[in-house]
Design a protein around this ligand. Sequence first.
Ligand code: ADP
Ligand code: MG
Length: 474
Amino acid sequence: MNNYGYTQDLWTQMSSTLETEVSAITFDVWIKALEVDQIEDGKLVLIAPTAKAREFVVNRYFDLIKRVMKQHNSLLNELEILDPDGLESRPVDSKQLMVSKLLQPTQSTTSTVLHNNNSKYETTVLNRKYNFDTFVVGKSNQLVHATAMSVAADPGKRYNPLFIHGGVGLGKTHIMHAIGNAVVDRALKNNEQMPRVLYVSSEQFTNEFIESIKSGSQINNSFRDKYRKADVLMVDDVQFFGNKEGTQEEFFHTFNELYNAGKQIVLTSDRPPKEIGSLADRLQSRFECGVIVDVQSPDLETRIAILKKKAQLDNQYIPDDILIFMAERIDKNIREMEGLFNKVVLLSQLDKVSPNTDMVQIALKDFEEKSQGIVTMDTIVDITCNYFKLDRTEVMGKKKTKDIAEARQVCMYLITDILNVPLATIGTLFGGRDHTTVMHARNKVADNIRDNSRYKSIGYKTMIQDIKDMILNK
Ligand code: ADP
Ligand code: MG
């Protein structure tokens, strides 16, 4: 479920139910103060305004909130309530949860591979749901699947590096985790020493690299150790290495060391190596020296099979004709198709009737807005800066001049409105700001929209809508 609007709606609905379950004062003081952050891997994340408030709510109302959550969406199985600091300590990549959080005993779908050398960089996390059993094979991905299986069977031996490229939401990350999970499972099964399987997004690698040089003129050894001692290193979305010279250089050395030691390297990207802008030639040639495979958009048959598998994994009964109806309507992005599926399940639970085509039509409306092109945080910032005729670096920077601060707030608001990105991630993008700053910015713009008295000439609300339309290409 990767729909910010949906997450907000769910929380609004949950709040109304909670209001009937607790006293008015409890509701006003404790429940209303919670903010919804995101839904990830079947887990709803809420944020309390302070650590104390969190403690209080967790002690007294955790079970109640969880029950209400399940009542509104039985697909959700975990609830997490964070305080502002808890949120801040999360790594930048929202897909990567901190090890400490994952070690909670209730977590059943995600496993961690933790290497105990006291390095502060240890955050290796594999999503257990992304394995070969849950990966549906069809014409569009059979080559990737076969190559990945053979890499998992024999890491570092046959296809090294394995470079997987293809469009958004087509299963690159899934297959990468599947390789890692297979390697870990084999070691567990055979009672062998646990191999160091490391999954990281290219952004996280970059951020850790930058962090590590900040701490001194020498690159921090624990950073180097972490990556250069991996048995299987998987770096997701390496297209973001483009333009980052220092990171490329560091990665080049990491790559060579692992490669020479016969360790497996797996990389993904949204495009082939030669199309990654500003990638040093020597790194490009390293990326190309193993095997390059691409994932294509799945055909209808595969899409139906993926939805059937999902229904089965989630224990949802959905009539075949409805699955086909959904599969026919979203053809390029499996993640969106899953989002549609989740929304339809939710609608059917709210109405207490089995899923039908009307629900699919309603759920689709949400996607039509969002699937007009791939919108990223960068697109939103670029278009907003362009609209206000301001310099992007200034808006992303520290300046507090009125017009710059205002554009910054609009950027933050639009990112929360359009994308499902945790507030802390947005804060990081804007020069390491606190998530409360982002929350404040978002609320301020939302207030301005409601009150609509600013920018009398066009109206504040229209202005925001105009920018949003440009972003969504309408
Ligand atoms: P990418 O990394 O290419 O953007 P992901 O790996 O994140 O895409 O896949 C998006 C979603 O679609 C994930 O939930 C993933 O489990 C699902 N998915 C993709 N391909 C398949 C497949 N062949 N079988 C089952 N699920 C898939
Ligand atoms: Mg991915």
